[in-house]
Design a protein around this ligand. Structure first.
Ligand code: SF4
Length: 464
């Protein structure tokens, strides 16, 4: 079979979610083409060539864009079988599955995708089999080069980045997160040798920094330690970043000197809020005080945290937003927060663990099929209006100076609470290093409603 794999958005990374299944499909004897429409155009010739098309949907934004691509493909080739695969695959089946030829596979999708490409049954819609030892290194030769993807910014220097995965799934069940909807508290590790083989080819392609795309790098700490040690021994000059929840940052203090010594440049961590009641509703497993401790615990080893935030929820007050801004200032984190983080509004996708919560129910509206999520409104219309204003400021500043944009958002929010105490002195709780801090040139987005700022640069013109 001739299988066309399409990615729409993978957080600015060269999509491993194309290269890994491509290797599995080739090993099974199929011909494979890969197109990442975030950097390339899907040509009519590619659609005409294919016997089957797999659409990678690892997140909400990717799914919304993939539906537009699927419409374009179906307009040209209505009979072509399509398979949506990845974390969001089982969302909105009425929009994805048009007949028995189509399929959706979430979780560990490679075996199901191979079976489907061969004309067989893809198996269950959610697959969590322990088959993560791939038949070959991901087929990155089928992808656009690393030069066309997100870079590591170190001062004025831009270094090539490779995205790898040491595990999939998550052992936690944060209620706003799509991962537990599929993995239900399970983790699937990737064989150390397989990770190393992928890193080898990324280094060969010029990568000087790795992003571990694991939902949480320390779900399997011993495995993470083995992966980092093996990669560092083979490629001692590589730096890396990873995503780790606050609870894990604090639970494994002995790991951080080791990870820092092996090149850990920064850690992304989903702080979400500094309101403990909101954190409890989300079942985050940490408090604002824990988040503060996590900042200093990492800084003790020269590692900066890049927190992600969920400022706008049904429980947000202007006071919470001001507290959040104060936290960022007091911990000297302005440089560590992309302004778009201040726009993130709670996303409630199909199957969300929040749907059954009594705290959520009073705010819920109907399901919006276009936005692939349940609508909700804030009990105070002024907070929803403020959100729209913050989004407008962030979008206007998307290509400008991030610190300036952040300052504008800070000023805007503070005008809504004129009686709030003065802003704390920058770094009054913790101070980071002077000078430019390392960051990826593509901001991190996940678990949130995509903003126009995210969607606009990714606008698609599927060929009909
Ligand atoms: S938010 Fe992070 S820690 Fe929580 S369930 Fe999702 S991936 Fe796991």
């Amino acid at each position: 079979m001739r299988v066309l794999l399409v990615s729409t958005y993978d957080l600015g990374n060269q999509p491993l979610a194309l290269a890994a299944p491509a290797a599995a499909l080739e090993a099974a004897g199929h011909q494979v083409r890969c197109v990442d429409v975030s950097v390339d155009t899907l040509e009519p010739e590619d659609v005409d060539w294919a016997d089957r098309v797999g659409l990678s949907v690892p997140m909400h934004t990717a799914m919304r864009l993939a539906l537009a691509v699927a419409d374009g493909i179906r307009e040209r080739r209505p009979e072509l079988p399509l398979c949506f695969y990845g974390l969001y695959a089982t969302v909105s089946r009425d929009l994805t599955v048009r007949g028995p030829q189509d399929a959706v596979i979430a979780g560990e999708y490679e075996p199901g995708l191979v079976a489907w490409a061969g004309g067989g049954s893809p198996g269950p819609e959610v697959q969590l089999g322990r088959t993560t030892r791939p038949p070959a290194a991901p087929a990155r030769r089928l992808l656009a080069p690393l030069e066309r993807y997100s870079r590591l910014a170190v001062g004025d220097e831009r270094r090539l980045v490779g995205s790898v995965a040491a595990s999939r799934g998550c052992s936690h069940r944060c209620r706003h997160c799509p991962v537990p909807v599929v993995y239900d508290g399970r983790v699937r590790t990737v064989d150390v040798a397989a990770v190393l083989a992928d890193v080898d080819q990324l280094v060969e392609a010029g990568a000087r920094h790795l992003t571990y795309s694991d939902p949480d790098f320390l779900n399997a700490p011993h495995h993470a330690r083995r992966v980092v040690a093996a990669v560092h021994a083979r490629h001692p000059g590589l730096t890396f970043d990873c995503t780790v929840k606050v609870e894990h940052i604090l639970r494994y203090p002995d790991l951080w000197p080791e990870l820092a010594g092996a090149g850990c440049a920064f850690v992304v961590s989903a702080f979400e809020s500094v309101d403990d009641a909101t954190l409890a509703i989300l079942d985050k497993g940490h408090t604002a005080a824990d988040a503060s401790r996590a900042v200093t615990a990492l800084r003790a080893h020269g590692i900066e945290v890049r927190p992600s935030w969920l400022p706008f929820t049904p429980w947000t007050t202007v006071g919470h937003l001001v507290d959040l801004l104060d936290f960022i200032a007091a911990h000297d984190l302005v440089e560590n927060v992309d302004p778009v983080q201040m726009t993130v509004r709670l996303l409630v996708p199909e199957g969300s663990l929040l749907l059954d919560r009594p705290e959520m129910r009073p705010h819920l509206g109907p399901f919006d099929p276009d936005r692939l999520g349940w609508t909700w409104t804030h009990p105070d219309p002024a907070v929803d209006a403020l959100h729209a204003e913050v989004v407008a400021v962030a979008e206007a500043g998307i290509d400008g100076d991030a610190a300036q944009t952040f300052e504008q958002i800070d000023a805007l929010i503070r005008t809504r609470q004129p009686s709030s105490p003065p802003r704390p002195a920058p770094g009054s709780r913790s101070t980071g290093p002077a000078g430019g801090r390392m960051r990826l040139t593509e901001p991190w987005f996940c678990c949130s409603e995509p903003t126009q700022a995210q969607l606009a640069p990714l606008a698609l013109t599927p060929h009909g």
